[in-house]
Design a protein around this ligand. Structure first.
Ligand code: UDP
Length: 240
């Protein structure tokens, strides 16, 4: 449906992230859900930013369902925040540094404090809110800190475009576009309870908590319908 995903288990994805951190060449990971895939249909720049990413993981049950419908199943859904958590744990264990970029002023600091409580050995080498006007001073600040892992939490499509544009200028290991993750780490937004997560209904929980999101996910049935139509076309063309 226009976006190629890496078909990985959670462990495989984490291993790849560790390798990219070691390479330290400004790699970036994106975590599209159906909303982001659909936005990429109408936004060539976003589409390019996703296609150029070093790692594209499926953050959304809709992506996993569509892949199955298309006859190209993905091993599992990999919520970006969980991969982010696994990297933080790894970073804390092996002494890698982390920079937090994004969210409203004060939130990244609060997230840093909470992360430090969770992982006392974690080296958080810098934070910056996500409402800056000029990229240059932010890039300078990040490059002075040389983080192994940069969390880019600017919401989509800003974070994907920002990473694609600035990757060549950044002295970082791996960066990841992780949406509202800093809000969750800071505790200003709560993730769905585990029961909802297990039922793959995290999206519904978020919509109930933040009703303005209903408008954003209203296109989800269209996404699944497009997958079905594509599969039918493949079938009649003798390819599936
Ligand atoms: N955000 C930001 N800069 C902006 C716009 C948004 O740092 O210019 C932050 C916002 O404060 C929030 C996150 O990006 O912390 C977006 O969270 P959301 O859960 O809406 O992520 P999305 O679903 O857009 O990926």
């Amino acid at each position: 449906m226009g976006v190629g995903f890496d078909d990985l288990t959670r462990d495989e994805a984490i291993t790849l992230c560790k390798n990219l951190i070691e390479e330290h060449r400004g790699a970036y990971m994106v975590t599209p859900n159906p909303e982001i895939v659909m936005a990429a249909w109408d936004n060539p720049e976003l589409h390019r930013a996703i296609c150029d990413a070093d790692l594209v993981i499926p953050d959304g049950i809709g992506v996993v369902k569509a892949a199955k419908i298309l006859g190209t199943p993905l091993k599992e859904r990999l919520p970006g925040i969980e991969i982010g958590e696994a990297i933080l744990e790894y970073a804390s264990n092996v002494g890698k540094s982390v920079f937090l970029l994004g969210a409203k002023p004060g939130v990244a600091e609060l997230a840093a404090q909470k992360m430090q409580e969770m992982y006392p050995k974690l080296n958080i080498c810098g934070v910056n809110d996500g409402y800056f006007k000029d990229d240059a001073p932010v890039i300078e600040k990040i490059n002075a800190a040389k983080p192994d892992f940069l969390m880019v939490c600017l919401g989509f499509p800003k974070q994907e475009l920002w990473m694609a544009e600035n990757a060549p200028k950044l002295d970082v290991g791996l960066m990841a576009g992780l949406g509202g993750s800093l809000d969750v780490f800071a505790g200003t937004v709560l993730r769905a309870p585990e029961k909802w997560q297990r039922m793959n209904a995290e999206w519904l929980y978020r919509c109930i908590k933040e009703p303005w999101r209903f408008k954003r996910i209203a296109r989800l049935p269209l996404f699944i319908l497009k997958a079905i139509c594509k599969r039918i076309r493949k079938f009649f063309n003798g390819k599936g």
